[in-house]
Every structure is written in C-alpha cells, then in structure tokens.
Design a protein around this ligand. Structure first.
Ligand SMILES: [Zn+2]
Ligand SMILES: [Zn+2]
Length: 347
C-alpha cells in the first residue's frame, strides 16, 4: 500500500501518492482506439510527402525526416509588433520566435515506436541541429521540442511528427528546473539530476531500461501513472552536445521505452513528450541535465487521468498509482513491438 507525499526535487513541490484508492469505482470517461490501421499515404494529410498544406505550400517528396515552418505559428518573426497598450498594470509584447513541425517519416501509418534505431538516431540528430540553429537566434530564449501523440491528447492526425516552439521566453517548467538546478549546483557542487540518477540506482525498482550511456526510469516523484524520464548518464545541458555514441545509446533506450509503452496494452500509447533542455538566453546552465519526459494521460487501458481540483485548481498532482508498480509493468513489457511480432508470426 502506498499512501504518502513525495517531494519532486526538480519542480520543488509535493506529489500526493494515494495508490490505495486506485480500485475505487469508476463511471467516468473512457477513450476508444480505432482498431483499423491507417494507410501508408493519405492524399488529404497535410504531413504526407508531396501534399499541399493550408498555406498553399507543398511538402517536399521527402524520404526520411522533413522540417517546415508551422503554417499557423504561435510565435513568428512576422508576429504583429504594433500592439495596443493594455490598461493599468497589464503588459504585452510581440509573440516573436519560430514554430516548426518535424515529420519523423514519410509513412503516414508509422509511429516513433516503430522506427528503427538508425531512424531514431537521425531524428535526434535533426533535433540537435534545430536546437543549435534556433537557439542561436538573439530573440530565442528557449527551444521547446515536443510531441503530442494520440487522440487522448487532442491529436487527430496519426502521421508521426513533433513540434518545435522557439520562443522569446523560457517556458515555466524549464525555468523552474533550470533555476532549481543552478541553485543546487551552487549549494552542493553537484548536479541535481545526477543525484536523482544515483537515488534511482540505489533503489533500482523504478529503472525501466538502460545501456552504457543512457537510462530510462519512472521517477520516485512521478505525477502521471506511466511517467518516464529518458536521459543520458553524463550531464549535458541540451541534446546538441551528445556525442555520436551517446546519441546512439539514447536512441536505443528511447525506442525501447516507446515499444514497451505500445506493448503494455497493445495500442499506440498516447503521450505528451517534451525535451527538457537548458534555455538559450545566454545564462549559465552547467547544472542542467537534458532529459525527455513522457507524460501519458492514461491510467489504465481506455481510462484517462483527469486533471482536476488538486492539479488545475491547486497546482499539485495527486497520483492514484505507485511508480514502483507501474515501472515493474513497463519493465516486464516485451522489447519487440507487438505489430512487428505479429508480422513475424505470420511469416
Ligand atoms: Zn500523412
Ligand atoms: Zn524535466
């Protein structure tokens, strides 16, 4: 039985773990999964190769990855600069920056979990380049790379892709993690994330998989039932400084996590997947340790975790599950994707 409060050292907040309630009666929302495989190419998909987008621009006939400027950007060099001044203490400013879309593959029906290791490596290499390029712009203070996957998080187009928000401010979560990490470094001389890794290794129950230079674990302070962090073992403030070997290892661990997710319930597992990287505003972020966080919305097959009173109303998470139990489920899930296993059985 798990019923306690756990400290989230990166966010500096309490997470309430109340796993003794997880089998309470439920009559709320569920989500359904389309059983039908989408086709490999869709003429009206705005991400498929060669197709026309809402802007009238046409996608290249790409064969691996493909990056383009978002046609409906949240931030842009062309954002209106001549803004009306608000009343009183309120203030505003132009939404400068750049928003991009990255297609992982020309194949409409594939997901990141189904790409081969070299293809995932190529994507990581692309992310490195985007972080460097966009982060070097004077108006860009932070580069947020993220994937929203699945209808459960509001994405109706299954074409495998992620987004890049390069903004003129640092997103709140990153701002908090960066500030806390720098203070920790100043106070202890150590990198906070390294101490988290050390604590995870000491316990061991929440490690999902690892290799020489990369590791995946469900943190002690997880806020979502199947929350997983993927990180290099050495401290890098951002993805761009990973060596070729570290990038290969990272691709391997990331892919294994994705496959395990899909294999849990044999569905394309929905998630929000942000890359947490140091800001690019010129500050000292030597204590920041790059990692990817997975925030899956499902608690059980077809059962969504709703953010409500504690989370939206109060700002702290209440978790109905114990990370130790959920990590064991993920560890036990197979390393070969269920679709690939099915294809091999047919052969
Ligand atoms: Zn498509
Ligand atoms: Zn983080």
């Amino acid at each position: 039985m798990y019923w306690e409060e756990r400290w989230h050292p990166l966010r500096e907040e309490w997470v309430i773990v109340a796993a003794h309630r997880q089998n309470r009666p439920w009559s709320g929302g569920t989500i359904e999964h389309a059983e039908e495989e989408p086709p490999d190419y869709l003429p009206d998909c705005y991400l498929c190769p060669g197709n026309e987008r809402v802007s009238g621009r046409r996608n290249a006939n790409y064969t691996s990855t493909f990056v383009f400027d978002n046609d409906m950007p949240s931030a842009s060099p062309e954002a209106p600069r001549d803004l009306a001044r608000p009343a009183g203490i309120y203030r505003n400013r132009p939404a400068l920056g750049q928003a991009r879309v990255v297609c992982y593959s020309p194949h409409h029906s594939l997901t990141l979990a189904e790409l081969e290791v070299p293809e995932v490596e190529e994507l990581l290499q692309l992310w490195q380049g985007q972080y460097r390029e966009l982060g070097a712009r004077p108006e860009v203070e932070h580069v947020l790379i993220f994937e929203n996957k699945g209808e459960a998080v509001g994405v109706s187009n299954p074409h495998p892709h992620c987004q890049i928000y390069a903004n003129n401010f640092v997103f709140k979560t990153i701002e908090t993690e960066a500030r806390v990490s720098q203070r920790y470094l100043a106070e202890t001389g150590r990198v906070l994330f390294q101490d988290i890794l050390r604590s995870e290794r000491e316990d061991g129950r929440r490690i999902v998989c690892e290799n020489d230079s990369a590791i995946a674990f469900m943190p002690y302070f997880a806020r979502y039932a199947y929350e997983v962090f993927v990180a290099p073992k050495q401290t890098h403030p951002h993805i761009a400084s990973l060596s070729d070997g570290e990038r290969r290892d990272f691709a391997d661990v990331l892919r294994r996590v994705l496959i395990k997710y899909d294999n849990l319930w044999q569905i394309p597992f929905p998630y929000v997947m942000p890359l947490h990287q140091a800001p690019t505003d010129g500050g000292d972020y030597s204590g920041f340790h790059f990692h990817i966080e997975f925030h899956p919305p499902l608690r059980r097959p077809n059962l969504l975790k709703y953010l409500a009173g504690p989370e939206i109303g109060g700002g702290n998470f209440l978790s109905d599950t114990a990370p130790e139990e959920k990590a064991a489920e993920l560890r036990a899930a197979a390393d070969v994707h269920y679709k690939q296993a099915a294809r091999e059985n047919v052969r």
